[in-house]
Design a protein around this ligand. Structure first.
Ligand code: ADP
Length: 260
């Protein structure tokens, strides 16, 4: 049988944006959005101009994570002006629709909404645009990966997720559309007991690093499971913004440095 055709997709870059990096995961709930936001703040911490695009059309989390609400204004043309928080320019479907209304959209409408949030927005000059991808590796995600002019992708995984091959599927998805995988972040990697400072490797240690090596992609770092990360995330003050000199910010800044 003939080899599958690799069609380079029509995906012109976006004027003013130097590079677009996707943050993806094989499944939901692994901390992809939390990582995307803190990674974006990690880039901003070294002086980069950073935007974040919430491509999770069905379950946008950027409004909650950045404590942003309200509709973006439109400029003189018809481009939307992104909202801003903690120095990040942000665009999300959550700004455009009522949170209570479930979105029952078909694929083509999702693509057109994404294209609009990507291209009909006054991003201005950005060194990097971080795209928080929808979870999973189905057709919708593949189409997105194919249609967004991505410089690369970061895969977020928990230790169990890695063991369960979801992360590998994510990798395969980007490889299919010729997007370089910049590396794997292991989230909820270990736990430091706040009272004793003792580290517990709940799911074992070193698995993700080994797996990244096996897969031939960089290992970008481990993020502990931590109350401060959960609370700051869920209250709209991400940990890198709230405690820029704290231990968690240091972890995300390291990951940001390795991603570049
Ligand atoms: P996803 O985007 O993969 O669905 P989220 O970023 O929304 O995941 O995270 C899911 C939940 O887990 C959120 O409540 C978030 O605050 C929490 N969370 C994510 N990463 C961590 C972490 N390292 N430690 C503690 N809680 C975390």
């Amino acid at each position: 049988s003939p080899a599958p055709q690799r069609q380079p997709s029509q995906k012109p870059g976006i004027p003013g944006i130097t590079r677009i990096v996707a943050v993806a995961s094989g499944k939901g709930g692994v901390g992809k959005s939390t990582t995307a936001v803190n990674l974006a703040l990690g880039f901003a911490a070294v002086g980069m101009k950073v935007g974040i695009l919430d491509a999770d059309i069905y379950g946008p989390s950027i409004p909650r994570l950045l404590n942003l609400k309200g509709k973006p204004r439109t400029s003189g043309g018809r481009a939307m002006i992104p909202l801003e928080a903690y120095g990040l320019k942000a665009m999300s479907m959550g700004f455009l629709v009522n949170e209570e209304v479930p979105m029952i959209w078909r694929g083509p409408m999702v693509m057109s909404a994404l294209t609009q949030m990507l291209r009909e927005v006054e991003w201005g000059e950005l060194d990097i645009l971080v795209v928080d991808m929808p979870p999973g590796t189905g057709d919708a995600q593949l189409t997105m990966a194919q249609n967004v002019p991505l410089a690369g992708a970061v895969i977020v995984s928990t230790p169990q997720d890695l063991a369960l091959i979801d992360a590998r599927k994510g990798l395969a998805m980007f490889q299919k559309v010729d997007v370089p995988v910049l590396g794997i972040v292991e989230n909820m990697s270990y736990f430091i007991a706040p009272d004793t400072g003792h580290r517990y490797d709940i799911f074992g240690h070193g698995g993700a690093r080994d797996e990244a090596e096996r897969l031939g992609v960089p290992f970008l770092g481990e993020v502990p499971i931590e109350m401060a990360i959960r609370e700051s995330s869920d209250s709209g003050h991400p940990v890198v913004a709230g405690e820029p000199d704290g231990p968690h910010a240091a972890i995300y800044k390291d990951i940001a440095a390795r991603t570049l």
